[in-house]
Ligand binder design. Structure first.
Ligand code: SF4
Length: 219
């Protein structure tokens, strides 16, 4: 049996005490939503830290969406070359800038459908943008959220990201989706890490299926 709503509420309250101020760690100018969209595209299979290292140079070269839409591909690749998949990402962010100018009057769109029509933008990226930029309740499932959902038995061990998103949306009140997403990411990034999770000092250890079935069982 998966964890129910009431127990999950207790778990999330404990995680909330650990990370009351959890927030998105990608850096962007709050007056320029396009910067967040690009940063999230760049963060695929790369850490936020690595993205934050390169975006200041990118924005210095291409301060406005029009600048990126008209950019030379090789120049953009040079700005991105320290992160994984940079060639593809360079192509995608230029194409995305063009599509936003062409189809959305230069504004980052506000719906899943429109966001996911942009090159390099999938469900997770759309969810991050909707939550961060527009405050629209959404649950973005990244590698941390996925791992935590499975360890805490919120989702089945073989659940894919779509199923995990649905499980969280069903079990967590809508008003808490955005902050829960941030807190689970902080919990996964700084405490329940993929390797060597800090189980011995974990306040949710007694709720944790992974601890019971894997960590404790192997001691
Ligand atoms: S007990 Fe360990 S595996 Fe379980 S949530 Fe805590 S840190 Fe993660």
């Amino acid at each position: 049996m998966r964890i129910g709503k009431e127990r999950l509420k207790q778990v999330l309250a404990l995680i909330g005490e650990m990370f009351p101020d959890a927030h998105g760690e990608l850096e962007w100018d709050k007056d320029k939503p396009f910067q967040l969209l690009v940063a999230v595209i760049l963060s695929a299979q790369t850490t936020d830290k690595a993205v934050n290292k390169i975006t200041p140079e990118l924005w210095a070269h291409y301060p406005e969406i029009e600048d990126l839409a008209n950019a030379n591909l090789v120049d953009v690749e040079n700005c991105l070359r320290t992160i994984g998949l940079y060639k593809n990402k360079a192509k995608n962010i230029i194409k995305t800038a063009r599509a936003i100018l062409r189809n959305f009057d230069g504004q980052v769109p506000k719906t899943h459908k429109e966001l996911e029509s942009l090159p390099g933008v999938g469900r997770k990226t759309a969810n991050v943008v909707l939550g961060e930029v527009y405050g629209i309740p959404s649950v973005a499932v990244d590698t941390h959220v996925s791992r935590i959902a499975k360890r805490l038995n919120i989702s089945a061990p073989d659940a894919d990201v779509t199923e995990i998103e649905k499980d969280l949306m069903r079990k967590v009140p809508k008003k808490d989706w955005i902050i829960t997403h941030h807190r689970l990411i902080f919990f996964g990034r700084y405490h329940c890490t993929a390797k060597n999770p800090k189980c011995d000092s974990c306040p949710v250890q007694s709720y944790c299926k992974y601890y019971k079935d894997v960590v404790k069982a192997n001691r």
